[in-house]
Design a binder for this molecule. Structure first.
Ligand code: SIN
Length: 332
């Protein structure tokens, strides 16, 4: 809540996910079963933090997030952020692909206002559902002036993460979100914020990809490396029309010899190849076991494969040159 008598006004954009999920008979549940109005009504304490304008943008499990929903979400968020009466945006979202949507928005929203993604691991009807507190905390983060200029944030389990850093690391536990390389943006306890530091890479107002252009995003596929990997899936992705490939490499982004040869052939055919790692942490450096300079590869730096895919899609709207793409991966 602001100091004036006018309450802080936020736009709440809903997309579905388990936070809006309801248990079914048996042991299952249906994501996105509940409306955003029902979620907000379950947390009346939010009214003391901010006034909310709510909008249901989609009603899906986040496994079905795609470019079309991203575009709609980015457009609705940008329109809210451009409104002087709106102080920030909260987005409810499934946890499965939240890190990708968060990073995408971090790159394409032209704003300094707070943008916060929030989800839950337990459906709204479960014993000890985590959604209500997560939603309350997300609204508190979005309403706080000190959240401005930090890029897109993810709030869950009393933690605040930078969208660039966060990854889902556990299939079911409420502490699933981790920021393995650079750590938390901060903590939040019962709506009280404690920030640890700023994020270092370019985002939102400083992003060259913001606001999002109308041009379609090029096709980028992720191929997962493993012991005994051959070249078939890489060749198949190129044949299917991929403009870019992200390899979820072993260890430091390494690729078995046959697949490496296919990747080199792909770059020679004009397909961008980015080496990331399947390990879930650390940095893929250039020219360690792979001669990136000779092969024309790009290193993903600390981006996991799914985030590297987002940046490569946007990067390819600007350039296909591996050196310029590498500079983009060092900037964002
Ligand atoms: C989803 O991502 O939509 C399902 C899982 C979740 O929200 O936790």
């Amino acid at each position: 809540m602001s100091n004036s008598t006018v309450p802080t006004r936020l736009r709440l954009l809903a997309t579905g996910g388990t936070i809006a999920g309801a248990e079914t008979s048996g042991r299952g549940y249906r994501a996105a079963a509940l409306s955003i109005e029902a979620l907000v009504a379950a947390v009346p304490q939010i009214a003391a933090l901010a006034a909310l304008d709510v909008e249901q943008v989609a009603r899906i499990g986040s496994q079905d997030m795609d470019e079309g929903v991203w575009r709609k979400l980015a457009a609705r968020a940008q329109s809210a952020l451009d409104d002087p009466a709106i102080a920030g945006v909260v987005i409810t979202h499934g946890t499965d692909t939240m890190e990708e949507t968060g990073y995408f928005l971090n790159l394409v929203l032209k704003t300094s206002k707070p943008v916060v993604l929030v989800g839950a691991m337990r459906p709204a009807t479960a014993i000890s559902a985590d959604g209500p507190m997560n939603l309350y905390n997300a609204v508190a983060v979005a309403a706080a002036p000190e959240s401005a200029g930090r890029g897109v944030l993810v709030v869950a389990n009393d933690e605040i993460h930078f969208a660039r850093e966060v990854a889902k690391t556990n299939t079911t536990q409420v502490g699933t979100f981790k920021s393995p390389n650079r750590g938390l943006a901060g903590l939040i306890h019962n709506g009280r914020l404690h920030y640890f530091g700023p994020t270092v890479r370019r985002h939102t107002a400083a992003s060259e990809f913001a606001p999002l252009s109308a041009a379609d995003l090029p096709r980028v596929d992720i191929v997962y490396a493993h012991a005994g990997m051959g070249r078939e899936l890489i060749d198949a992705a190129v044949r299917a029309g991929a403009c870019g490939l992200v390899i979820a490499g072993v260890g430091d982004g390494n690729i078995p010899a046959a697949a490496l040869a296919a990747c080199t052939a792909a770059t020679q055919a004009g397909v961008a190849v980015v080496r990331s790692s399947r390990t879930g942490g650390g940095l893929v450096e250039r020219n360690i076991e792979v001669d990136d300079d000779a092969a024309g590869f790009v290193s993903a730096e600390e981006l996991n494969p799914q985030k590297a895919r987002v940046l490569l899609q946007l990067g390819l709207t600007r350039t296909g040159d591996p050196q310029r793409l590498q500079a983009i991966f060092q900037d964002y």
